[in-house]
Design a protein around this ligand. Structure first.
Ligand SMILES: *[C@@H]1O[C@H](CO)[C@@H](O)[C@H](O)[C@H]1NC(C)=O
Length: 337
């Protein structure tokens, strides 16, 4: 913007110098055709999609402009957020319920840690994740009809915040969309007969059709988390070698296919910016060397800093802290989130 102005200035000196908005004047908004630059001492603040105004800087400048995080997932991610309750605000970046929300970790989960402790900016988090979620009930029904599948979560987003109401004024470049799904889809189907490979393709078709819907609504930055090694959870360890080996095989294939799909989005060069959080590798590293991370026996569960598993399928908040740190400080290190 500034460079363009400088080029114009050499040809139309008088015009270029006159084309700034005086302090308190409008500098943007839907249909605005005037200049976007403010007079010295002021900066253009966007109130909503319809109106921006030159405010004296820094005296009248609001303290921050939030970035956004729209999250979709299952119990590993849920915080109990309701989009019809209190929305994220300065003192509570996850909106409702009060931080850290209702998690499966008996405390802060990875999303809470990543958004409030390992974050690079002030982030407003809208977390649609629902415990027990699968991608689509038509493919793998969740354990109860009240569970919001990924499909239902995306619908909820699209009919609400997705329409960019004034109170959720997200933009293409300041919004991250994360999807951590597949744990229940595979956990509730790996033991079935039939072609598991082909079924993974079907699951991914369904997931990426939803990604396309988000893209159509303006989403561009996506974080995909793959399926962690739940074959190493106490739940599956208790079911014997066949269960362990079979689930591991299905997860590995699914994750390989997920990676190919994400790379295809990136390669399509239609504006996608994608990140992969390889939770499977991170979990495996910790489970292979628990002592290095302060954990004891990772084949049993309990609540306390020495446990990785809180119950037979869900990690403790102590493990989630490591997840949030990896995500915030490595995967998203060079981003605004
Ligand atoms: C990270 O989030 C917290 C909680 O919302 C906020 O207080 C803090 O300022 C954020 N960090 C940065 C670097 O913006």
């Amino acid at each position: 913007m500034w460079r363009f102005g400088a080029i114009l200035a050499s040809a139309f000196v008088l015009r270029a110098t006159a084309a700034v908005v005086p302090t308190w004047g409008q500098c943007g908004g839907q249909g605005w055709t005037g200049p976007p630059e403010c007079a010295e001492g002021a900066k253009c603040w966007t109130f909503d999609p319809y109106y921006s105004q030159c405010l004296p800087y820094p005296q009248y400048w609001p303290p921050f402009q939030p970035n956004y995080w729209f999250s979709f997932g299952d119990s590993y991610t849920q915080t109990g957020f309701s989009p019809t309750g209190t929305l994220p605000y300065d003192q509570n970046a996850i909106g409702n319920p009060p931080y850290p929300g209702w998690t499966s970790a008996n405390g802060e989960n990875w999303l809470g840690f990543a958004a409030t402790k390992y974050n690079n900016s002030k982030i407003y988090t809208y977390n649609y994740a629902s415990g027990g979620a699968t991608i689509d009930a038509a493919l793998v029904p969740p354990y109860a009809p009240t569970v919001l599948t990924l499909k239902a979560q995306v619908e909820l987003f699209l009919s609400g915040a997705g329409r960019r109401p004034r109170e959720t004024d997200w933009g293409i470049s300041n919004s991250l969309f994360s999807i951590w799904i597949g744990i229940n889809d595979l956990g509730n189907s790996y033991y079935m007969g039939g072609d598991r490979d082909a079924f993974s393709d079907q699951l991914l078709d369904a997931q990426f059709a939803l990604v396309q819907q988000l893209y159509d609504a303006g989403a561009r930055c996506f974080l995909f988390a793959n399926v962690p090694p739940t074959d190493r959870s106490p739940l599956i360890l208790g079911q014997g070698q066949w269960a362990i080996d079979t689930l591991k095989g299905v997860i590995d294939t699914y994750n390989a296919k997920l990676k190919v799909r994400v790379q295809a989005l990136q390669n399509a060069q239609i504006g996608y910016r994608t990140f992969i959080w390889d939770t499977n590798t991170q979990f495996t590293k910790i489970l292979d060397n628990p002592a290095e991370y302060g954990f004891g026996d990772v084949t049993v569960f309990g609540d306390g800093p020495e446990y990785f598993w809180l119950n037979d399928l869900h990690p403790t908040t102590y493990a989630h802290k490591l997840f949030g740190e990896e995500l915030g400080k490595k995967v998203l290190a060079d981003t605004i989130w």
